[in-house]
Design a protein around this ligand. Structure first.
Ligand SMILES: Nc1ncnc2c1ncn2[C@@H]1O[C@H](COP(=O)(O)OP(=O)(O)OP(=O)(O)O)[C@@H](O)[C@H]1O
Length: 266
């Protein structure tokens, strides 16, 4: 893999000279293309500035950068929680602004830092998304989703109030997975969790990538977490992607703010 910049454009070449990537196989397809994605705040301050990146299918991409650098805004653009300008985000080659917004959010699921569990049981929560589309999940479907999110069958009938934050995060993950997303976005999904719950979520993410070829993009403030599970890391500074690196190459970052950020974060 190689990254290079031409003007404001940053390109990610996913297959290196040996035809391989990080040892996890090659990435033949681009799942999401981001082209010149820009967001300017009311006072003319750029929140995102000509962001260009290809997100390959079946990889885990970590997004890091200083507070306020635009990480959440970038993530939210990928499923239209923030409406990006047209022709700046493409899913399987199609401009997401030309797709039905609910179908974008079904295909590109999102998990937040603090999960909101709806009223009712865990099973009700998991059934919620498919039900909106007129699909009723069987009990067996729900049990499978619980297992996928590393929750045992005893959670089926629990209510949100009975869950720890870590368990609630896994229920929220199961609820997102019930929509059968192709891409999973996570905004600091483990920042409120203890190390064991964090590891549970990380294990689930790696399994989703390995077993289902899911494309995963997550924001994290933890360099160690990025190094544990990401295949590719994007460093955002002041709304620009300044580095795209493999996790093992972070010491090779050349952008001064990125270098300082990485130094202080390690
Ligand atoms: N709707 C908005 N209007 C104006 N400014 C905004 C808006 N949304 C975000 N911002 C600003 O854009 C910048 C980027 O915010 P964003 O939340 O994307 O950063 P971040 O890198 O995720 O930060 P953190 O790590 O602190 O969560 C911040 O300066 C924020 O104050």
């Amino acid at each position: 893999m190689e990254n290079f910049q031409d003007g404001a454009r940053v390109h990610l070449l996913v297959v290196d000279e040996a035809g391989d990537t990080t040892g996890n196989g090659t990435w033949p397809e681009t799942k999401i293309e981001v082209r010149d994605l820009t967001k300017v705040a009311d006072k003319g301050v750029a929140i995102l500035s000509k962001v260009n990146v290809d997100i390959p299918k079946g990889v885990i991409m970590g997004i890091i950068g200083p507070s306020g650098s635009g990480k959440s805004t970038f993530l939210r653009a990928l499923n239209r929680l923030w409406e990006p300008p047209s022709a700046s985000v493409f899913l399987d080659g199609v401009d997401i602004c030309d797709l039905d917004v609910l179908s974008v959010r079904r295909k590109v699921g999102m998990l937040f830092q603090l999960p909101a569990i709806f009223e009712g049981t865990v099973a009700d929560n998991i059934r919620y998304g498919p039900q909106l589309r007129g699909k009723k999940l069987s009990d067996n479907d729900v049990y499978k989703l619980l297992a996928l999110a590393d929750l045992d069958s005893s959670f089926f009938d629990k209510s949100g109030g009975e869950l720890s934050v870590g368990q609630a995060q896994r229920v929220a993950l199961a609820r997102t997975l019930a929509n059968e997303p192709e891409v999973l976005l996570l905004d600091e999904p483990t920042s409120a969790l203890d190390p064991i719950s964090t590891q549970n979520i990380e294990d689930v993410l790696v399994k989703l990538k390995t077993d289902r070829g899911m494309t995963i993009v997550f924001v994290s403030h933890s360099i160690k977490q990025i190094q544990r599970i990401a295949d590719v890391v994007c460093l955002l500074v002041d709304g620009e992607i300044v580095e795209i690196l493999k996790p093992g190459q972070l010491s090779e970052a050349t952008h001064p703010t990125a270098q300082r950020f990485l130094e202080l974060s390690s």
